[in-house]
Ligand binder design. Structure first.
Ligand SMILES: [Zn+2]
Length: 115
């Protein structure tokens, strides 16, 4: 009786080992801190209000040459616009980087032909 029980336990142990080995070959197990996961999920799409610099410590005055991208790598700008007939009718040429707060000059169609 004991021999039969031992054989069954050994058979079960071998199968569990094979299943665990097969699982570890197929899948990767990542362990994450719950606080980090909750923080990551709560970020979601950023609100427009959050698209402004936290401070202006690293901001510069880059106005002069029209640009599409800030020196910090950000390409989102805070620009003042005037709407006409449901479109942007005109916009101020001074703009502020949404990331670092640097001032720069907005590009215009005239700049495209000159460059
Ligand atoms: Zn910037």
């Amino acid at each position: 009786m004991n021999l039969l029980l031992l054989t069954g336990v050994a058979y079960l142990a071998v199968n569990v080992y094979k299943a665990a080995k097969s699982f570890s070959e197929k899948y990767e197990i990542l362990i994450a801190d719950k606080n980090d996961v909750i923080k990551e999920n709560s970020d979601g799409p950023r609100d427009i209000i959050s698209l402004r610099p936290e401070n202006y410590d690293k901001s510069m005055d880059l106005r002069g040459t029209p640009t599409h991208e800030c020196v910090c790598g950000c390409n989102i700008w805070n620009v003042k616009v005037v709407f006409q007939n449901f479109e942007i009718g005109t916009y101020f040429l001074d703009m502020e980087c949404a990331n670092c707060g640097s001032l720069a000059t907005a590009p215009t169609p005239v700049d495209r032909t000159e460059m």
